[in-house]
Design a protein around this ligand. Structure first.
Ligand SMILES: Nc1ncnc2c1ncn2[C@@H]1O[C@H](COP(=O)(O)OP(=O)(O)OP(=O)(O)O)[C@@H](O)[C@H]1O
Length: 208
């Protein structure tokens, strides 16, 4: 369960961004919608533990991330939250499988080779396990970043504009993959998007 309470953020010289309360039950799937500049990325950064809010808090299974010491915060994030960014941000000197394994190492978790291979299989890219990121297409890279986000069995999978650089066919596949993988892995899902193509796939919406 994720709870957003009385949350607000003010950047230096910026206006005050206020966020309505939000409760996300286990395994629920949500769209985060709002005009450009309304604060979607800010809210995702706060929920992911990357940006301390000026006011209010976020509870993830009862833990307020921002009350933990810095190192604990990183571990907590790595274990409970999987993030799919707009661009994949893979490590170019590591192959696909090593990129997945790094996510476990960073969270202080043991490497589960079998799970990582089975994630790649579920996402239809098992044959790319030993390829390097610059040998992959945009759609394949996005699949790898979905797999990487799921490596540590997170409670929450967050995707920030995951389809904006994809054509219709790849966009539809990525959304289907995110919704199915979140379900299969027991994770709640938040997708922030402008993309009208995503709106038919998820019914719950949080509007900024
Ligand atoms: N690091 C920052 N410093 C100062 N102001 C910022 C910073 N990041 C975002 N803002 C401002 O905060 C507001 C919300 O930005 P944010 O990126 O969260 O919106 P968004 O809804 O994700 O927009 P988009 O859909 O265009 O990505 C905007 O007015 C933006 O200019």
């Amino acid at each position: 369960m994720i709870e957003v309470n009385a949350l607000a953020h003010v950047y230096d010289k910026g206006r005050r961004l206020k966020f309505p309360c939000w409760e996300i039950a286990d395994m629920e799937q949500w769209l985060l919608l709002g005009a450009s500049g309304s604060g979607k990325s800010t809210l995702l950064n706060i929920i992911s533990g990357l940006l301390k809010p000026s006011q209010g808090g976020v509870l993830i299974n009862g833990t307020d991330l921002y009350t933990l010491p810095a190192r604990e915060q990183d571990r907590f994030r790595g274990r409970h939250i999987g993030i799919v960014f707009q661009r994949p941000h893979l490590i170019r000197s590591l192959n696909v499988l090593d990129n997945l394994e790094l996510a476990a190492v960073m969270a202080g978790l043991p490497i589960d080779h079998e799970r990582n291979l089975s994630l790649l299989t579920d996402l239809g890219i098992a044959e790319l396990a030993e390829n390097y990121p610059d040998e992959l297409s945009q759609g394949q890279l996005q699949r790898v970043s979905v797999a990487r986000a799921l490596v540590n069995r997170p409670d929450l999978l967050i995707a920030d504009e995951p389809t904006s650089s994809l054509d219709d066919e790849n966009a539809s596949q990525v959304i289907q993959m995110l919704t199915a993988q979140a379900k299969d892995n027991g994770a709640a899902l938040i997708i922030a998007t402008h993309d009208g193509r995503v709106k038919n796939h998820i019914t719950k919406t949080y509007l900024l």
